[in-house]
Design a binder for this molecule. Structure first.
Ligand code: GCU
Length: 670
């Protein structure tokens, strides 16, 4: 396994120069996570000429990393500690930073907090050592910040090693066997620096081999957990709801059956014997063919609670996914609406879930589209812990061949106000599908690393400005980043999500993708299929009527004011118009353009902007390593090709349907 060629992503050696050039005092008793801190500091100092000290009486430190409760504190740290202790507790993961005089002091109550504090100093760089810094205490907004891997152990005949993976094979397994864990260790380091503290290691679609990670392949999960523990990361597992049958040989998986419950209890205690800090289970049940409680006439609360009961004595949790809908829909049936399904199934169950169940809800009601409404389920579960699920892997946003920085999409979702509280406030935690594979750049597209970084940072603090997070990523990744490169990266990436949206998804209609692969245009690809994702374009108009007045009634799942805002095409935001309404091509948007002219304009404009991205990237070749520059350049060629294909496909399709020419006379292939 070639670790030598692995890209350092946002932790190149240079990102630690400011730390490594200084006298660093680490006051903390050794332990797995403190050892990580020490190793980071030692490595940086060895490279940049600094020194590591361990004796609290050393008085020449320029940086102090101090764990409270580790005996007598150096005096500068003592003052900071006194100030910290008068405020809210830092908690296991929080840290405080201050620079009262010539010493930068980082203080934490727990080892993981100290590690996060160290990475914070790396983010600050030399600024951490300039002037006077008042005390600032930082704590994560969410206790769990989790990535779900959709990795298979075996190569799946259709989905491959990683379902919806666009960065090569799995970092955990190769064709049925565990891989060298060195790469997983590096992954843990990157995740910790971004603030992620939990991962689920395998695909939510649990196939036969992967089901056995719970039993006879458990040692493989334990090995991953051991490598990630020193980075403050806990491991979770996707399990099959039918495990008692497929693994235990029981005749049923009925969640209310005593022998089934006993089977889960026994399985869980074996897991905790092997992995004492095991996080819990992720479950995709009654979803796209996976087994679930419906098979036994039970509710999803019954199902989730059965697994939760087994995990509760050990402090484990169940992430129970709300992605439940009829995937054998008849396109002729206009009364069924996939967007409604999760709310129809789960809202009535609010209050029935055990305390250690977390309902994991995709951010949109359909499926990770570049633009769709925010899922009303998130606002409907006042008595249930909800995890909002994002998709870092770019299944519907260019598959890591297109540049698409997703921070602004996620910030839009997180800031969406349900009644009085935003999604970020309602969510108990944030979860996302990982975009990492065994590619040397981790994420296939080198610029897609920014999405992984941004997920961690926004899960830590959802109020961060996504462009500021991107800037942080740029500063670390390209350290020291020359200003022309920084400017070009912002120009290419800041609005790349809206660029992607502009040439693929007019006005929230979504799903005009190639069925199966989900890459590239196929306007009618899903139109007569069983998947429930239709646009209903005809000669007069396009869009899905989801109103209460004349459509599927989906708008009624929202609390005020949204149920009324979305109900009328006059108040519905343009970008979601076709998600909620079927309107004529001549319908005039709030922007003043007709729907058809908007479609033409955005598709022409989108391609022009991608061409401009490619030009900007070519200009900064001298500032970027050759391999990275070449990889991005090659992918930008593909993005230009693909965006052009999207533009022509969509423009031609709607020109043929509507017969309305482009008001600006540009070329549309009739
Ligand atoms: C999407 C994706 C599937 C995945 C599913 C899920 O539909 O295409 O590959 O299994 O989401 O989230 O469970």
């Amino acid at each position: 396994e070639q670790l030598m060629t692995l890209d350092p992503a946002w932790l190149p050696a240079e990102a630690f120069r400011a730390i490594g050039a200084r006298r660093v005092l680490v006051c903390a008793e050794d332990g797995p996570v403190v050892d990580t801190v020490l190793a980071e500091v030692a490595r940086a100092c060895a490279r940049y000429g600094g020194q590591v000290h361990r004796d609290p009486s050393f008085d020449g430190a320029q940086l102090m990393l101090v764990l409270t409760g580790s005996g007598s504190l150096p005096s500068a740290a003592g003052d900071v500690a006194a100030e910290v202790s008068s405020g809210e507790p830092l908690g296991e993961e929080g840290y405080a930073l201050a620079r009262p005089g010539g010493t930068t002091v980082v203080l934490a109550d727990g080892p993981v907090g100290l590690l996060y504090g160290l990475f914070h100093v790396a983010r600050l760089g030399t600024a951490a050592f300039d002037g006077w810094h008042p005390l600032e205490a930082r704590r994560p907004a969410k206790p769990r910040r989790m990535l779900d891997h959709w990795d298979n152990v075996d190569v799946h005949p259709v989905m491959g090693q990683v379902e919806r993976g666009y960065a090569g094979g799995s970092i955990f397994w190769r064709a049925g066997q565990p891989r060298d864990l060195a790469r997983v260790r590096e992954y843990g380091r990157l995740l910790a620096a971004a603030g992620v503290n939990a991962i689920s290691v395998n695909n939510v679609n649990v196939h036969a081999t992967e089901a056995r990670l719970l039993t006879d392949r458990l040692h493989q999960v334990a090995a991953i957990a051991a490598v990630l523990r020193p980075y403050g990361i806990r491991v979770h597992l996707s399990v099959s709801f039918a495990s008692p049958m497929v693994l235990g040989g029981l005749p049923t998986a009925d969640p209310l059956d005593a022998s089934v419950r006993q089977w889960w209890a026994d399985a869980v205690s074996a897991v905790y014997a092997a992995i004492p800090d095991f996080g819990g289970f992720v479950v995709k049940a009654d979803s796209e063919g996976q087994p679930g409680p419906f098979g036994y006439g039970r509710t999803h609360a019954d199902g989730a609670n059965a697994l939760a009961a087994a995990l509760a004595p050990f402090g484990g949790v169940v992430h129970w996914r709300a992605f439940v809908y009829n995937h054998h829909q008849d396109w002729r049936d206009r009364s069924t609406d996939r967007a409604r399904a999760a709310h129809d199934h789960f809202a009535p169950l609010d209050g029935q879930f055990a305390d250690n169940v977390i309902l994991q809800v995709k951010y949109g009601p359909v499926d990770f589209q570049a633009r769709e409404a925010v899922s009303p389920v998130i606002g409907a579960m006042a008595s249930t812990a909800v995890a909002v699920e994002l998709q870092v892997t770019q299944e519907y946003t260019g598959q890591q061949r297109h540049v698409c920085y997703l921070g602004p999409l996620w910030s839009w979702v997180l800031g969406f106000p349900f009644s009085r509280r935003t999604v970020a406030e309602v969510a108990a935690e944030l979860v996302a599908v990982s975009n990492v594979g065994d590619d040397p750049f981790w994420t296939g597209h080198p610029l897609a690393q920014a999405n992984l970084y941004a997920f961690g940072r926004l899960a830590w603090d959802p109020s961060l400005d996504p462009v500021a997070v991107l800037d942080e990523w740029i500063s670390l990744t390209f350290a020291p980043c020359p200003s022309p490169l920084r400017a070009a990266l912002h120009e290419i990436m800041d609005s790349s999500w809206s660029v992607y949206e502009s040439y693929t998804a007019p006005l929230g209609v979504g799903f005009m993708v190639d069925p199966g692969s989900h890459y590239g245009p196929s306007v009618d690809g899903y139109e007569y299929s069983r998947w429930g994702t239709y646009h209903f374009a005809d000669r007069d108009g396009v869009g899905v009527d989801r109103t209460r007045a004349s459509g599927t009634g989906f708008t009624g799942q929202f609390p005020p004011p949204w149920r009324d805002v979305y109900e009328s095409p006059d108040s519905c935001p343009d970008e979601l118009l076709l998600f909620f309404h079927h309107v004529p091509y001549t319908h005039v948007l709030r922007s003043g353009l007709s729907v058809i002219q908007h479609i033409y304009d955005t598709h022409f404009d989108g391609v022009a902007r991608v061409v401009q991205m490619r030009r900007r990237w070519a200009e900064v070749a001298d500032f970027v390593g050759q391999a990275r520059h070449a990889r991005v350049a090659e992918l930008l060629d593909e993005q230009v090709r693909s965006a052009t294909e999207w533009r022509d496909h969509i423009n031609t399709y709607f020109y043929r349907k509507s017969g309305i020419p482009d008001a600006r006379g540009r070329r549309i292939y009739a």
